[in-house]
Design a binder for this molecule. Structure first.
Ligand code: SOE
Length: 384
């Protein structure tokens, strides 16, 4: 694994745990953790459970005990590491968003295709697909339980940079992160909207805003916490992105991604209204899915809360008795379990790099629309 901050810790937990709750055809050996700072990487490796360290990711390509590289670094290094790893015959799991630009994402898809021909696989880490309630929503929509999808309403609301003195961490720098709230959290809600409906966006109209244009340079940072220095620098990304869109199947959509929704910590919300019912999800109550069944007697019909913890629900049966609930970390454990199962059986892991490119095209269309004063931008189709 390359990187050991917030995502690195989340993935490490998943690598340690997946095989202990899911029956998997292969057992992960947490061979090596890579980071530029030797001391910090050694201490992270000891804490997170990796048995050796490297300080140059290129060393991973030459090691026989490395079959898969998990990329948990900022977006500016995804393409270089992923392409080199795939060309060296290593499977790749890459954090979202796949890349910082569409061109990088296209090059990564080309590398993934070259590698697939040699039995080497890749996957992009849209972990929220593996929330049991989200996986259940997808099943219910595919079964026609809400009929024809008409509206998709997706928001991803956080508030961790609402303080103008919060430092200019890498997630607020375009050269490191590609974009701001749009790529970091908008990418998740775009992916989920398309995943649960089984449909894809064909065009968007958007606006973005950066409320705080200068911030203290970071003195130190770890995950989403940081302390600032006395010098200031320019914020080069969006603080919020809002957009409307059309799906290929005829549904219309509204999206909002922001880090300025004061009081909202990780409110990844999705509501889908169909001709025969509706579904609603909020990550802040991630073990629940709300379902309105339009076929019910209007006298008693209403949104009802499904507690998605039954053994028959996606992923839930591997864990605790009904009602005992899962958390954020389980989404990564499910991601790793699915990846290991696919690698063991030879199935193609999902979401693929092509899925990551498709989300990148939506992000790019949103950014272009916002720059052009909200004009409509079509989204190119991607072949799977
Ligand atoms: C920060 O906004 C962040 O950590 C994202 O980078 C993650 O993808 C999301 O899961 C939680 O928030």
């Amino acid at each position: 694994m390359v990187g050991y901050a917030f995502m690195g810790a989340a993935h490490s937990q998943a690598w340690r745990t997946a095989g202990r709750f899911f029956d998997l055809p292969v057992e992960p050996d947490m061979a090596v953790l890579c980071g530029r700072d030797g001391d910090a990487t050694r201490s992270a490796a000891a804490k997170l459970g990796w048995r050796s360290v490297e300080t140059d990711w290129k060393q991973l390509l030459t090691r026989d005990d490395v079959q898969l590289i998990d990329i948990c670094t900022p977006g500016d290094t995804h393409a270089e590491i992923a392409i080199a790893a795939l060309d060296a015959g290593k499977h790749v799991l890459c954090e979202k968003p796949l890349a910082n630009t569409v061109d990088e994402a296209r090059a990564m898809v080309a590398a993934a295709e070259r590698a697939r021909a040699r039995g080497v696989h890749s996957m992009v880490g849209f972990n929220y697909r593996r929330v049991p309630a989200i996986a259940l929503a997808r099943q219910l929509i595919a079964q026609g339980r809400i009929g024809e999808v008409r509206h998709v309403r997706g928001t991803y609301l956080q508030d961790w940079i609402v303080d103008p003195e919060f430092p200019l961490v890498w997630r607020l720098q375009k050269d490191k992160a590609g974009s701001g709230a749009l790529g970091d959290i908008g990418a998740h809600v775009i992916d989920l909207a398309q995943f649960v409906t089984g449909d894809r966006l064909t065009g968007v109209s958007a606006l973005t805003e950066t409320f705080v244009k200068q911030r203290p340079l970071p003195a130190a940072s770890s995950g989403l916490s940081a302390s600032g220095s006395t010098e200031r620098g320019e914020v080069t990304v969006d603080d919020t992105a809002l957009f409307i869109g059309r799906f290929g199947g005829g549904a219309v959509a509204g999206f909002e991604a922001t880090r300025f929704a004061t009081g909202r910590k990780n409110a990844l919300r999705l509501e889908v209204n169909g001709s025969a019912g509706s579904l609603a999800f909020d990550f802040e109550a991630m073990n629940e899915l709300s379902f309105f069944d339009g076929a019910e007697d209007p006298a008693t019909a209403g949104f009802r809360r499904i507690l998605v913890t039954e053994p028959t629900h996606p992923y839930a049966g591997a864990w605790w008795p009904p009602g005992h609930g899962l958390g954020y970390e389980h989404t990564f454990t499910h991601e790793i379990a699915d990846l290991l199962r696919d690698l063991g059986t030879g199935a193609e892991p999902s979401p693929s790099f092509a899925d990551g490119l498709q989300v990148q095209l939506v992000l790019d269309a949103v950014a272009r629309s916002a720059e052009a004063g909200s004009g409509w931008q079509r989204i190119e189709e991607v072949n799977d």
